[in-house]
Design a protein. Structure first.
Lengths: 485, 485
């Protein structure tokens, strides 16, 4: 926390110290208001591979990963970090930085698809952090559906805070994953990281009520049926198509709900102008650019009087087209990318910083995007602006929802907390593709082994990060935290 | 549905046909009231092993499983059923019987620890059932923490219905598991089944607001770190101790919350008299009997003036004892079992019918207990009575919460729906332990195999049940449903 910003306590709005002196605030509001993100922590591993170097190592054409997919660097974990250590680090750093007591947390939701146990949740592992506080009354478990689990957990925490079950305490939502692929042309779409969010009332980033829309469907686009392997089974073309269709469907329903709930009528048109920023789950950033452009097509098809001399120039022949017949139309794709150029620059580009530099963090990807967006703007640029968020998890679970920034000391704190995000990305250690490949090969052979002692040096673990010390013969994992000596 | 009972539509309370004509009921109540279980469906496989026969087969002393653990029969699945088919069956039967349209469901939560994929949720598999309705806007994914996932899903659905995200539609909660253990003395504690619940406002079984208490802790008591195996890693003694401690802690906090929220003061004592029925997660039914008796100890220790001539007779020397020092005290355990005899008979015994006859259904166990309780009582016996529910999942996640029965046509329907539960248990097919053992051995060798064609005959699949038709080389599963021809 920069010393120039005085921390504002994250109270429940009725008492000034209500959240620092224990449980069950009898005087809390009946229903929480203006619920949203109070504070966030983004953690990514200290190692990355340069995507241009990976292109050469993989023997593919120059630009395939960097320009074709829009990826610059890819983060990865050594065997010193696993899903539990990533989440421990993100939560503990968030709690320390904000000075929040573990006694003041009434709910903790985890989203992940990096499973190291089919039964025991990552959430129960995070209860290690609560031991000292004596607080065990903490609802929430793990939310499981591919990259969507973090959003499911977020929705659950928001709902809890507005329900009769709320007791005035705050919620934590943690999304984290380690994304690795078998060697080949999908490997470059890996990544790793965790995002922890402190959720509460009177937030600087408040979620819009009653407008979130979802698209859920049965599909085998990306899944992990090989329980013994870290690697997924992927039908890449199907997955992109599912993503696009889910986006189309969510956006159509979101606009309906927005009209009803925010405009309070269904005649004022809702379009991309209603969203100052738009953040997407990012498997690779080029897909996000195309996704933003599809919203232009949706707006065009819904618009009663298209502006063919301006924002819809060139779309004449697509006037009667059905959205779900256009996924393979490369001419249309190019045209939409052109038409959406300015919208992408102002609404979305800045949100891709972490995604370009770390890669796909699965459940954490969308929230890393939100952090990137915040880090690239001033308090003034964010104040009173609305951000749309599109979350996608294969299988399929997707939602489009939104939030708005409320000017306050807390917003200043939120923005300040990400001031050094770019610097943190740049300070990581570059690993040669050869060594990265060797590390993944080694992890393949030791994945789920017990007993197991990690080989990577503890010296390379960042300060204040948790790391895996050992796994005993019963698969019980021990973690330590790296502190300055 | 018996013809003598006219179905009452599950409306949102403001319109009489609001839930049968589509989505997004603009006129719905701002906040759902009296939210609870509208209807339930319990599904268990058609095969069982007799526990006395299993004692002989395993070469253990007679009575070890039947008297020592309190188990009579154990249900199990052939390779024709998996977690997806169990849940498909429970949901589809519930929806058909109640005449509910898939378009009227706004949320679907699944709880399971029977993982067949590390990424794709069971919930997305259940979206197959929604295809015909065209409804894809259905929130909720899988909730993962051992036997607790169903309760986590239930809480999430209840919170959603009381939140600003609620749009007037109903929620579905599905809990299901296949519990199997490696050969040896834990195998007899297996089981299998699924429970689907239709959740909505103005319910016949309404959850009490603001009293649910939880106990979450990091423990390695029961977990599944061997991703390739169906079998868990279990520290039996630790697991029982964790269960007992979680119960003690949840009950203490529940009483505090009950006093504050329901008695509206903290001086009127809350004790077991406040709960007309008490249902527990049941790993084996003898543990439930002991658990109920521990609540007597908690009440005694909290009582200002113990009645040593009556309900506390013999507890004199335990007056100053700490609850968490008593887990291994066999004399105390015997005394408590004696003192709790009547309470067990009236409050809990009837809830164990499915648990005794099917075994541990993991996430579905508690809700199978609730169904057993309802099936064993008349509408009059249930009306205006309160039922306590204790949910436990290893790792540890546990909650104690309660609900009360509201006399209405819907309560009559709920009771009628379970009238044939005992008969359904008795109509299953008995399998000899030898054959059961051979089936599990065969499943071990084919677990997670692809491609795979199940060996068990389709003829043995019950009517209106879904079954696994095949798994292709990409691990994609195909299901069919058995109908009368």
């Amino acid at each position: 926390m920069p010393s120039s910003v005085q921390p504002t306590p994250y109270t429940n709005g009725h008492t000034t110290n209500g959240l620092t002196n224990g449980h069950h605030h009898a005087e809390h509001e009946e229903r929480a208001r203006d619920v949203g993100i109070l504070a966030m922590e983004v953690y990514f591993p200290n190692n990355f591979v340069d995507q241009a170097e990976l292109e050469r190592f993989d023997g593919v054409s120059a630009g395939k990963y960097t320009i074709g997919l829009g990826q610059e660097r890819m983060g990865f974990c050594t065997d010193r970090e696993d899903i539990v250590s990533l989440c421990l680090t993100a939560v503990e750093r968030l709690m320390r930085r904000t000075g929040t007591s573990y006694a003041d947390i009434g709910r903790l939701d985890v989203g992940t698809e990096t499973l190291i146990d089919k039964s025991k949740s990552v959430k129960t592992n995070l209860m290690r952090l609560f031991e000292e506080s004596g607080n065990n009354d903490v609802e929430g478990v793990d939310n499981l559906n591919a990259c969507y689990g973090g959003t499911a957990g977020l929705f659950n925490s928001l709902d809890w805070m507005e329900s009769s079950a709320w007791d005035g305490r705050l919620a934590l939502v943690v999304a984290g994953d380690i994304a690795v692929y078998a060697s080949g042309n999908a490997r470059c779409t890996g990544g790793a990281g965790a995002v922890a969010m402190l959720i509460g009332p009177h937030a600087p980033l408040v979620f819009d009520q009653g407008v979130r829309s979802s698209f859920m469907q049965h599909a085998y686009d990306f899944y992990k049926p090989d329980m013994a392997s870290e690697y997924p089974t992927v039908d890449g073309q199907l997955s992109i198509r599912c993503y696009m269709e889910a986006l189309d469907r969510c956006y159509a329903k979101y606009r309906q709900k927005f009209a009803a709930k925010i405009f309070k009528n269904t005649t004022t048109p809702v379009n991309l102008d209603c969203l100052d920023f738009m953040v997407f789950h990012s498997p690779f950033t080029k897909l996000v650019q195309k996704s933003l452009s599809r919203l232009i097509l949706s707006d065009f098809l819904a618009h009663p009087e298209p502006d063919y001399t301006g924002k819809h120039a060139g779309l004449e022949k697509y006037r009667g087209v059905k959205l779900n017949t256009t996924f393979a139309d490369k001419d249309l794709e190019k045209l939409l990318l052109k038409l959406s150029h300015d919208a992408f620059s102002s609404k979305t580009d800045a949100s891709l910083m972490v995604a370009r530099n770390v890669g796909n963090m699965y459940t954490a990807s969308l929230y890393g995007g939100l952090a990137s967006l915040i880090s690239s703007h001033t308090v003034e640029e964010l104040s009173k602006r609305r951000v749309g968020l599109f979350s996608y998890g294969s299988g399929v679970a997707a939602s489009l929802f939104s939030a708005h920034f409320v000017p306050s000391d807390r917003l200043t704190q939120l923005v300040e907390s990400f001031r050094n995000l770019r610097q943190r990305l740049d300070e990581r250690s570059k690993t040669a593709p050869e060594e990265f490949d060797a590390i993944l090969k080694s992890k393949e052979s030791t994945h789920h082994s017990a007993p197991f002692t990690p080989a990577a040096p503890v010296e390379a673990v960042p300060r204040d990060a948790y790391y895996l010390e050992s796994i005993d013969g019963m698969h019980r994992r021990q973690y330590l935290v790296k502190r300055d000596s």
